[in-house]
Design a binder for this molecule. Structure first.
Ligand code: SF4
Length: 330
């Protein structure tokens, strides 16, 4: 829902100031449409139905994996593709992964989104509408900005959306912004007063390899980004997540695990090892290689977890569904 348009329209309809909050509360708690908002006058509901689309996004496709993961491909009002994923865990946790941009201007070599044309930054309302789509299915309690795009390029909209997610049921402490290390974005995040968690997608233990698989590293090398992450940790007192995708024969060898362990202060970082959801360019590391890598990190005092693979059968990795749809559209 375009919240600025909602405010303007309610103003034009001569509605009292509390009406926008009333409509938002219904929306944030999973109402399927204006018709359900029983304490909003019927005439106002009808007018809103004509003038303010209930979502800024139209669902173009939805895929349901055997493990409960749901992936949605949306189109913005101007036809741009946007992906979001709902991950369901046995613990009851319901985590939504949202996109902050349609496409991505960066070109990480392991990422399907990086192969698509960059369209534009999403608005805060377009980000919230991804979360709300899943909230209409069931209550959700975790959020991660890790879908298409680099949140650091669009921090105003990311923070604008993040500010409102507690009203949808997701606390700030359960909201994570994941960046490839775009320093101005991390600094902007640090300057905000929202207690969000930070994740740094590192993916390589040295600059030479990282620049090869993530060209953004030429602009902001590892040491500079880790300095910013350490400053964020000092300010927030919450561990920073290090995301590390496991690519067979590329970044998963024993010496690389050692190098990573030496690079990261266990008091500041927690490592998430991510089994690779192949998009063509690389093979994923074997389970044995991932376990061995994890063991090295743990021997050096680092907390490390292996991310559960979700939605493999539905192309749930970042950008996979949209990249396929774009290719199919020619
Ligand atoms: S991994 Fe993230 S930053 Fe890199 S190309 Fe993909 S969407 Fe962009």
């Amino acid at each position: 829902m375009d919240l600025a348009l909602l405010d303007a329209t309610l103003g034009e309809l001569g509605q009292p100031g509390f009406r926008a909050g009333q409509v938002w509360r219904w929306t944030a708690t999973g109402a399927p449409g204006y018709a359900a908002m029983t304490d909003v006058p019927a005439g106002v509901r009808a007018a809103l139905g004509e003038r303010v689309p209930f979502s800024t996004l139209a669902v173009a496709a939805e895929a349901h994996a055997r493990d409960g993961t749901v992936k949605a491909l949306f189109r913005t009002g101007d036809g741009r593709p946007v992906e979001a994923v709902l991950m369901r865990y046995r613990s009851g946790r319901r985590s939504v992964c949202v996109s902050s941009q349609s496409g991505c201007p960066l070109t990480c070599t392991f990422c399907a989104t990086g192969t698509m044309r960059f369209a534009r930054n999403l608005t805060a309302s377009e980000i919230l509408d991804q979360v709300l789509h899943f909230r209409r299915i069931e209550p959700v309690d975790h959020l991660v900005f890790m879908g298409m795009g680099e949140p650091g390029f669009n921090m105003d909209a990311v923070l604008g959306a993040a500010a409102r997610v507690p009203e949808i049921g997701i606390t700030h402490r359960r909201t994570t912004v994941s960046t490839v290390g775009w320093l101005p974005g991390i600094e902007r995040l640090a300057a905000s007063d929202l207690p969000l968690r930070l994740a740094f997608s590192l993916h390589a233990p040295d600059d030479a390899l990282r620049s090869r698989i993530m060209p953004v590293n030429d602009r902001y090398p590892i040491a500079a980004v880790l300095d910013a992450c350490a400053a964020y940790h000092a300010q927030r007192r919450r561990r920073v997540f290090i995301e590390y995708v496991m690519l067979a024969g590329v970044n998963d060898a024993y010496p690389q695990a050692l190098q990573l362990a030496q690079l990261l202060d266990p008091r500041i970082y927690k490592v998430n090892l991510i089994p690779y959801n192949p998009t063509g360019a690389y093979d994923g590391s074997s389970r044995g290689a991932i376990d061995a890598f994890k063991a090295v990190l743990e021997e050096h005092g680092l907390r490390a977890t292996v991310r559960l693979t979700r939605g493999r059968d539905i192309d749930a990795a970042c950008g996979q569904l949209a990249a396929k749809a774009t290719a199919a559209a020619g």
